[in-house]
Ligand binder design. Sequence first.
Ligand SMILES: C[S@@+](CC[C@H](N)C(=O)[O-])C[C@H]1O[C@@H](n2cnc3c(N)ncnc32)[C@H](O)[C@@H]1O
Length: 312
Amino acid sequence: MKHVPVLLAPSLELLLGNPALGAGGVVVDATFGGGGHTLGLLENSPERVRIVALDRDPEAVSRARGLKEDFPSRFRLLAGNYAELPQLLRAEGIERIDGLLLDIGLSSYQLEDGERGFSFQSDGPLDMRMDPAVGRPAAEIVNQADARTLARIFRDFGEEPYARAIAREIVTRRETAPLLSTRDLAGLVEAMVPPHKRTRRHPATRIFQALRIVVNGELEALEKVLAAGLEILNPGARMVVISYHSLEDRLVKRFFRQAARGCTCPPKIPVCTCDRQAAVRILTGRGRRPDEAEVADNPRSRSAVLRAVEVL
Ligand SMILES: C[S@@+](CC[C@H](N)C(=O)[O-])C[C@H]1O[C@@H](n2cnc3c(N)ncnc32)[C@H](O)[C@@H]1O
């Protein structure tokens, strides 16, 4: 069980392509996970560049011991939610940074550990909290929310076409016994999706994604860190975001497009009155995706999309 970093080469090239880093600086990897990107940054950046990493999962944080020994003066790992990135950095005496990486979603360690409850492929408690000390486990939502709320969660955060039917079935089934394990829920969902409507993906993929997003407040955290990034990144610094499903990617794409827009006055007005200036330049056009070789080597990279901007 190991996490293979996704789109590593373009991430490093973009983040370290900031010429100001030659004189030193701080690059933040806000999603440490298995540390693959952090290691790449440490090995490929000038000695004067410090790498500060962050993860909200205590198990990820405990995996960093080796890196701390290998790079004692250049590497620092913080525990916490990237929604609070500026505050976490300020506590370390860091006000501004020179690069920011967000490789969002789950690590292989989280997915493959049945006890964390993220995977429908292994049995475990329906938990799904990245930080087990924060928030409510997924089982509470599944067993307590009403059918309308469940349907909305599955539709809005999973884009699940059978959202209402699955929600109703959950409410009926839990009258007999609560749904407590990943296998209980995956089995129920599987039975609700007609065989001719199934795709290569397991029918429970969208439902698990939706619950995970809600349990961890993932979209709110992403919105916050994107906005904070623009505030704390120095001019010339790059922000690189890798996302794994369309809800996240859409949010990132729209945020970057909005930040890259200058004047928004109607074209007929001869002189600009809005005074809006672009805050970033988009570096990746329609987004970068892994090539065939990477997907063959690491199937989990299949859905990844990388978007990057340079702060102006
Ligand atoms: C896809 S993995 C990162 C893998 C890493 N880039 C590597 O190469 O090993 C995502 C990591 O981000 C963490 N994470 C997700 N949301 C977070 C948040 N809001 N704040 C901090 N860490 C978060 C997860 O716990 C997970 O360990």
